[in-house]
Design a protein around this ligand. Structure first.
Ligand code: CO
Length: 161
């Protein structure tokens, strides 16, 4: 396992749609483990492969709660409901925070590290973090969705993704 260098805006690699994962072997597992180490080292709640310069549809989310670490390979949001506004940050935009409106409840379909398909229905900030990472895999950055930027001193313990 290793900590990789985080790609920062305005790197063009952050705005490309990622390729689907077709091989669920050791190199994918190493990427997932490195993403985890890199996210923890940077004190993030989630991270996507393009944020370490890899254009594959791989992301993880870890809210440091009972959900544990969620590994998302080739994820797709297949259902949404409701809406909510909350503050987001991003490891590729240090010091930038803003309010983003997103669906509250989502159903996500993804594969795990062995290629098995799973579906998960989630809401609140866990749902938001997953949507933020799925956006990364489509080359969409949260700043394109910010409705109001927040100064760092207005924040109270928000995480970065
Ligand atoms: Co991000």
């Amino acid at each position: 396992m290793a900590i990789r260098k985080i790609v920062k805006h305005p790197d063009k690699g952050l705005e490309k749609k990622c390729r689907k994962v077709t091989s669920f072997g050791p190199s994918l597992h190493k990427l997932l483990d490195d993403l985890y180490d890199t996210m923890i080292d940077a004190d993030g709640l989630g991270i996507a492969a393009p944020q370490v310069g890899v254009d594959l549809a791989v992301a993880i989310v870890d809210m440091d709660d009972e959900h544990g670490t969620l590994e998302l390979i080739n994820p797709e949001i297949i259902q949404t409901e409701g809406s909510s506004v909350d503050v987001e940050g991003c490891l590729s935009f240090p010091g930038i925070y803003g309010e983003v409106e997103r669906p509250d409840l989502i159903k996500v379909r993804a594969q795990d590290r062995d290629g098995d398909v799973y579906e998960l229905e989630v809401n609140e900030y866990f749902s938001r973090a997953i949507q933020h990472e799925v956006d990364h895999l489509n080359g969409v950055l949260f700043t394109s969705k910010v409705i109001r930027y927040i100064q760092e001193d207005e924040l109270e313990g928000y995480g970065e993704e």
